[in-house]
Design a protein around this ligand. Structure first.
Ligand code: ADE
Length: 268
């Protein structure tokens, strides 16, 4: 039987242990290989495919992640809903390390990343006004809160190019615009999911106050890694419970993102 999965998780390597009856699948895509072999297994009654975003050995920094291959690989396994846990910095004094933000908006401050599958003759323009799946967001917020997690429902994630962190002035500018959190991987992941008509939900764990909020030296890589590692069990539980709580049938608009658009190739 061909291995299939309904739900995709793109996250850190701490998520392998979530999956029962796990099988590793090496996948090729028109965009090259994904970040690593895809692990497909079960969480309760749901079939889940997991990709470690940075590779198992963390070889891909944010600006070199094979984003197109990752989303394509998930769709080719049958995935239609994607959960994307990641570490972010907070742009607001009131959200400290440990807060969970389920953003509803995104600002792209990346540069030079390929951000479309439709980089070909002809025009495919996909709506992206609301970049995240409303149903995935509501499920994640409900699940996190019922587990007692301080959860921010909504907010704007600024995605920077990295790999450096922001200057204090950049960070203060993001905050002055009313944006809430800053990360390095949420784009183009979100738009590529939309271009494949997938549901995409960001589970953003605040690991630090970004440079504009905090006096002192600013954020360090070690600080981010250490905090994320301390919270990985909590994040794993949230991902597992959200997977089980996601609806079987999609009623959100994400699945119709490509309706009426003449695609230049067939989706997997
Ligand atoms: N990931 C975690 N913390 C971050 C920060 N302050 N800026 C960008 N990406 C991050």
């Amino acid at each position: 039987m061909v291995t299939r999965a309904d739900i995709g998780v793109i996250g850190g390597s701490g998520f392998y242990s979530l999956l029962d009856d796990a099988e590793e699948i090496e996948l090729a895509t028109p965009y090259g290989p994904p970040s690593d072999v895809v692990t497909v297994g079960r969480i309760g009654s749901r079939s889940v495919a997991f990709i470690p975003r940075h590779g198992r050995d963390h070889r891909f920094p944010p600006h070199r992640i094979p984003y197109r291959a990752n989303l394509w690989a998930l769709r080719s396994l049958g995935v239609r809903q994607v959960l994307a846990p990641s570490a972010v910095g907070s742009l607001r004094a009131e959200y400290g390390p440990g807060a969970l933000v389920i953003p509803d908006q995104l600002v792209d401050r990346t540069s030079g990343r390929v951000q479309t599958y439709y980089d070909i003759d002809g025009a495919v323009h996909v709506s992206f006004a609301d970049p995240y799946c409303p149903s995935g967001r509501a499920t994640a917020v409900r699940t996190a809160r019922s587990g007692g997690w301080e959860t921010v429902d909504g907010g704007t994630l600024v995605v920077i190019e990295g790999p450096r962190f922001s200057t204090r002035a950049e960070s203060q500018w993001y905050a002055a615009n009313g944006w809430s959190i800053v990360g390095m991987t949420g784009f183009p992941e979100a738009i590529l999911a939309r271009e494949l008509a997938l549901c995409y939900t960001s589970l953003s764990l605040v690991t630090d106050h970004d440079a504009g909020v905090e006096a002192g030296q600013g954020v360090t890589h070690d600080e981010v890694l250490e905090f994320f590692a301390q919270n990985v069990t909590r994040m794993r539980t949230l991902v597992a419970e959200t997977v089980e709580a996601l609806p079987d049938e999609r009623t959100c608009p994400c699945g119709s993102a490509l309706d009426g658009i003449k695609l230049p190739f067939e989706l997997p």
